[in-house]
Design a binder for this molecule. Structure first.
Ligand SMILES: [Zn+2]
Length: 446
């Protein structure tokens, strides 16, 4: 359970904030590649006193886009050079925002980019009819009228994409996320419609007084999430999830920004969705033998000529990190139909699936991030964890909390996952953390 108030005393005296053992080298710069603290807005103030160097904060639905934007605007990370140095005391530069629409909410958007999908006209009856038809088309099994009435009016996909484009541009340094595909998720029942056992219950004064009353909202949490509600049988059809995902991946390709991706029980379809976008843009891969026949340093055959000297949008262009061996000449980003870099967050696929993304012909740099909250939450996940971390290339590994509340607990799980991956990789802690931080710089800035 989140209790951001735990941090109140620590924020007043940073020197006494040493809840972690002194042997953890926070000064190297620990960067959370994926988290949701705007779900608990009261915790945002504690970010300044956290030990983590950077938080990549995801937006997921209509209710959190502005919260992520405003939180980042107060504590923005403007360029890669700051990640290896301590955060400023007064205005801590700690947040990289990500703007996106999560697959759990993908039914709330309707694709107005296809001629066959008419939108609602101005009359309320037509709007109501459009809403009903839309939700019947994208949800399975088809919901009844009462369930549809509990859902918000759907938003045009083109409006969301235009808003997201503007948010990313306004933020300076930003990602697209959280986006993705999820075959396991089901929509929660509306508030007050079901009790914890999933049986029908009327939301009346008597029921509220009853111990079995339907759960009521926690007003401290940003609305729109599941918040412990039981799940209905309704899920969002994969075709609808795909439409919403594709539009966002294309936007990231247009802007040249990285994407944070959620994939649950959908690793194959997720790969296929990305592959369909980069089709025709594969890199020319030249065999090692052929490379040896060419004079050393004449050309980098691992990347296509159109990628030479590229940089992600959002890099200020003047802050190369000395430790990076390949400092390329900076050129303007050329829009493409696929993002330059993606991170598969809390990656739960197999080493074989990971390998698919590492084919050198693929023109997308894929990173894999790991969290204690997801990767180590089940016995099955824990048993696979070491093999997957070992299979992950050293320069593509990231860590994350995936928590919905900032503060000491977020630091604690970041320390935990960092220690675990360094141990599995056999990296001394300082060296490992520096490596992961450089990977984060590459993921965000390219
Ligand atoms: Zn997430």
């Amino acid at each position: 359970m989140c209790n951001p108030n735990d941090d109140q005393s620590a924020s007043a005296a940073p020197e006494q904030n040493d809840v972690h053992p002194d042997d953890f080298p926070w000064h190297i710069g620990v960067c959370d590649a994926h988290c949701h603290p705007t779900d608990t807005m009261s915790s945002i103030a504690s970010i300044g006193s956290m030990r983590a160097r950077a938080l990549t904060i995801m937006a997921t639905r209509s209710q959190d886009q502005d919260l992520v934007a405003s939180s980042a605007a107060k504590n923005p990370i403007r360029d890669r050079s700051v990640l290896g140095s301590p955060a400023k005391q007064d205005t801590p530069d700690k947040i990289v925002p990500a703007f996106g629409w999560h697959p759990w909410f993908s039914h709330q958007l309707y694709d107005d980019t296809e001629a066959s999908t008419p939108g609602p006209s101005s009359s309320p009856e037509t709007a109501e009819q459009h809403k009903t038809e839309h939700y019947r088309a994208v949800l399975s099994p088809q919901p009844d009228d009462a369930f549809i009435a509990s859902l918000p009016d759907p938003i045009p996909l083109s409006t969301f994409i235009a808003d997201t484009r503007q948010r990313v541009l306004d933020a300076g340094t930003a990602l697209v996320g959280e986006v993705g595909l999820d075959k396991a998720f089901r929509l929660p029942w509306p508030w007050g419609k079901r009790d914890a056992a999933g049986t029908a219950a009327e939301h009346t004064a008597e029921a509220d007084a009853d111990a079995n009353a339907p759960p009521s909202r926690d007003e401290t949490l940003t609305p729109g999430g599941r918040e412990g509600r039981t799940l209905s049988p309704h899920h969002v059809k994969m075709a609808q999830q795909m439409r919403v995902l594709r539009a966002q991946l294309r936007l990231a390709g247009e802007l040249g920004v990285a994407v944070s991706i959620h994939g649950v029980q959908a690793h194959g379809v997720l790969f296929d969705a990305l592959a369909a976008l980069w089709k025709g843009h594969e890199r020319e891969v030249v065999s090692r033998k052929k490379q040896k026949m060419v004079a050393t340093g004449a050309e980098d055959f691992s990347s296509s000529s159109e990628d030479e000297g590229e940089e992600g949008w959002g890099d200020d262009g003047g802050n190369d990190v000395p430790s990076r061996p390949k400092v390329k000449e900076k050129k303007a980003y050329k829009p493409k139909p696929f993002p330059p870099r993606v991170c598969l967050h809390s990656f739960s696929g197999s080493p074989q699936m990971m390998q698919q993304y590492l084919n050198p012909a693929i023109p997308v740099e894929t990173f894999f991030s790991f969290s204690t909250a997801i990767n180590l939450s089940t016995a099955g996940g824990e048993s696979r964890f070491a093999d997957v971390v070992r299979a992950c290339p050293d320069d593509r590994l990231l860590v994350e909390s995936d928590l919905h509340c900032a503060g000491q607990e977020m630091d604690r799980v970041l320390e935990d996952i960092s220690r675990r991956v360094c141990a599995i990789k056999g990296w001394p802690l300082e060296e490992g953390l520096a490596r992961i931080r450089r990977n984060y710089e590459e993921f965000i800035f390219g």
